[in-house]
Design a protein around this ligand. Structure first.
Ligand code: PLP
Length: 364
């Protein structure tokens, strides 16, 4: 027996070099204005609380419904799909992971970049190549390059993160037609958008659309998401998933949230109004800000001298942090490093952000 090698050497070779996903900072103490992970500033529907209480207690002895049937039925009704076209997971990340496991293996996965930084991590876990198709500064969907992509899966985040730009269904349709493989439209932010690729599901059997309860429903802590697609694709995912992949409390709370669409629309409308107000305000300062169809703004700040760039963005990031405001800065991509991504908070939080920016402009 050798004692020199750490037991991690027994792991698969490609995993020994893998870097895991870096989640946005979650501060341990209160007192922060937390606008770095696109959580909802408003609480979930009160019906969720009630459902969670009712589901707790004695019933927790029992395994949950392995298929999350009530959730599937309700989501199918909401989107006018057949129940065989819907699957639920432990957050939409669970479904993205299942998609890579089931449809890529060691084949390649492509996605326009910048986008959600979990995709390359999921590829790394499966030892599949991650092929980034760079966006231009205008953030139009690179349809021609997608047509040349040799991969088994194409991920498109729409509305995109971190820019907030939403792609028209007419452009998504062109991308789907140009690509041979599974197209996953990650609609984590679709409730804040004008269009949804769900409408394209009837036309394209290779399309999968994913949704999450973490953003618009205000349930990031519950972990729930779903995927919609052709029944044959959903069936494959059902075979690959963990048999009890959505716990009993999450199924109960998620169903209550899904059934309360009027609460959802009220929260979404409030966030959209705040979003559009601050985009206009920052553009008024001469700061470029992509038109957002999500619950965050991607803004390129300028200092008092009118300069923008990585130093300016990082400077404002640090200044906000010293004022206990957390936002997100992505320094590694030339298309993102002059920008900050700021989740849309409630009115008080956004006012504080705006006042802090004014102070920075005076002092910087
Ligand atoms: C937040 C987010 C998700 C994660 O959803 P969960 O349901 O919390 O796992 C997926 N995709 C994108 C683009 C996101 O921003």
């Amino acid at each position: 027996m050798t004692v020199n090698n750490p037991p991690s050497e027994y792991a698969l070779p490609h995993l020994r070099e893998l870097s895991g996903y870096t989640p946005g900072f979650q501060p341990g103490e209160s007192g922060w204005v937390k606008l770095n992970t696109n959580e909802n500033p408003y609480p979930p529907s009160p019906a969720v609380d009630e459902a969670l209480r009712a589901a707790a207690g004695d019933a927790l002895r029992l395994y949950p419904d392995p298929r999350s049937s009530a959730l599937r039925e309700q989501a199918a009704k909401l989107h006018a799909l057949d129940v065989s076209q819907v699957i639920f997971g432990n957050g939409s990340d669970d479904l993205l992971n299942l998609l890579v496991r089931a449809f890529s293996g060691e084949r390649a996965v492509g996605y326009p970049a910048p986008s959600y930084s979990l995709y390359p991590v999921l590829c790394g876990i499966q030892n599949s190549d991650a092929i980034e198709i760079p966006f231009g500064r205008e953030m139009a969907l690179p349809i021609e390059a997608i047509g040349k992509l040799e991969a088994s899966i194409l991920f498109v985040t729409s509305p995109n993160a971190p820019t907030g730009v939403g792609f028209a269904n007419s452009d998504l349709a062109k991308a789907i037609e140009a690509f041979e493989g599974i197209v996953v439209v990650d609609e984590a932010y679709a409730d804040f958008a004008e269009e949804s690729a769900v409408e394209l599901l009837g036309r394209y059997s290779n399309l999968v659309v994913t949704r999450t309860f973490s953003k618009s429903y205000g349930l990031a802590g519950l972990r729930l998401g779903y995927a919609m697609g052709d029944a044959s694709v959903i069936d494959i995912l059902d075979r690959v998933r963990d048999s009890y992949n959505v716990n009993r409390l999450t199924q109960a709370g998620g169903l209550a949230a899904l059934c309360d669409q009027s609460y959802l629309s009220a929260v979404v409308e409030k966030i959209k109004r705040t979003r559009d107000f601050y985009r206009a305000e920052w553009e008024g300062l001469g700061w470029f800000c992509y038109p957002s169809r999500a619950n965050f703004l991607f803004v390129e700040p300028r200092n008092a001298q009118g300069e923008s760039g990585p130093e300016v963005a990082q400077g404002l990031f640090e200044y906000l942090k010293r004022s206990r405001i957390l936002v997100r800065y992505f320094p590694s991509n030339p298309l993102t490093r002059s920008f900050l991504r700021i989740s849309v908070g409630d009115e008080d939080q956004m006012l504080f952000v705006s006042e802090t920016m004014q102070k920075w402009l005076k002092n910087a």
